[in-house]
Write a protein that binds this ligand. Structure first.
Ligand code: ATR
Length: 295
């Protein structure tokens, strides 16, 4: 008997997630017998003892999960294995549940963790800029999203500066991702406070703080018009609500190229699809479903 495979998003709150529309459109397009649901789980604490049963508890036919805030780190302890990206970034946004053969011939389910945020970001950037090698990239923010972004940039030899309200968190990212090159030379990731931005050169400016989610968004004063005019960076805001954030509007007004946040959401979802099904994702269909929701 064929069982409909279940996928979903594990987050809290998760009610406003755009992922069900994106993935269900992809399943229909590809004729895949699967459905994508919302798993809005208030806490993972009660699952701790029953570690191996966690996935079954969510749904017996669960085959994969997208993981969002606040579980990208805490989900790792429930996994049987993780990718190199998850190990380096310290966060997991994708789980694949796979069947493997036991030694006794039976079948056992294992859960493997991946991180597609890094790919989603780099892919979106590459749609605008062919290579980031030796470009000066400033990343605003030092949360989980910034960690995935800095990891991707450093791997491709960008010169990265991380600026954050809490400077200690920027220092930690800089320490974790400064890169040891051939010949033992260390290429440092620089760091500082948000108000130190004027001290750095900038070809690409990445906005990865949660400032737009804050009620006091008028607080956003860490990028000036003069800075944009002097450096003319490509400005990428990873937030997609609103699509044109106040920073992106300022970038447009000052003649800078921009990248909007929904591109990263789409590209990380495309990679998730490919991890789950091992085939190319119907990106156009997924993009259409997403654009319908944010238009
Ligand atoms: P995410 O996983 O989306 O990166 P996060 O880990 O909660 O979320 O990180 C949020 C980031 O937004 C942090 O860099 C945070 O700065 P602090 O480390 O100082 O807390 C930043 N942030 C949130 N609200 C902000 C605001 N009003 N101004 C500046 N930075 C803000």
């Amino acid at each position: 008997m064929n069982v409909t495979r279940v996928y979903g998003i594990l987050a809290h709150p998760a009610g406003h997630s755009l992922s069900p529309a994106i993935f269900n459109a992809a399943f229909t397009e590809m004729g895949i017998d699967a459905k994508y649901e919302i798993f809005d789980v208030e806490s993972l604490d009660k699952y701790e003892v029953e570690n191996s049963k966690f996935w079954q508890n969510l749904n017996p036919n669960l085959a994969g999960l997208s993981v969002s805030l606040p579980y990208k780190q805490s989900v790792i302890e429930f996994l049987d294995d993780v990718s190199e990206d998850v190990r380096a970034i310290g966060a997991c946004n994708t789980v694949k549940i796979a069947d493997i053969q036991n030694d006794d011939g039976g079948v056992k389910k294992i859960a493997i963790g991946f991180n597609t945020d890094c790919f989603g970001f780099m892919e979106s950037l590459k749609e605008k800029i062919a290579s980031v090698k030796d470009l000066n990239v400033i990343v605003l923010g030092a949360g989980g999203a910034a960690r995935a972004i800095v990891y991707g940039l450093v791997k491709e030899d960008a010169k990265v500066v991380v600026l954050n309200r809490t400077v200690e968190k920027a220092a930690k990212i800089a320490k974790d991702f400064s890169k040891l090159c051939e010949g033992g030379r260390i290429v440092p990731v620089q760091f500082g406070r948000l108000d130190e931005i004027e001290n750095f050169k900038c070809d690409v400016l990445v906005q990865a703080t949660a400032v737009w989610l804050d009620e006091k968004e008028a607080d956003f004063n860490f990028v000036s018009e003069e800075f944009l005019q002097k450096n003319e960076p490509v400005v990428f805001d990873i937030v997609y609500k609103p699509l044109i954030t106040p920073l992106l509007q300022m970038a447009i007004d000052n003649g800078c190229d921009i990248i909007t946040g929904e591109k990263m959401l789409l590209n990380q979802a495309v990679k998730q699809f490919e991890i789950w099904f091992g085939e190319k994702a119907p990106k156009d269909i997924m993009s259409k479903a997403l654009n319908k929701l944010i238009a």
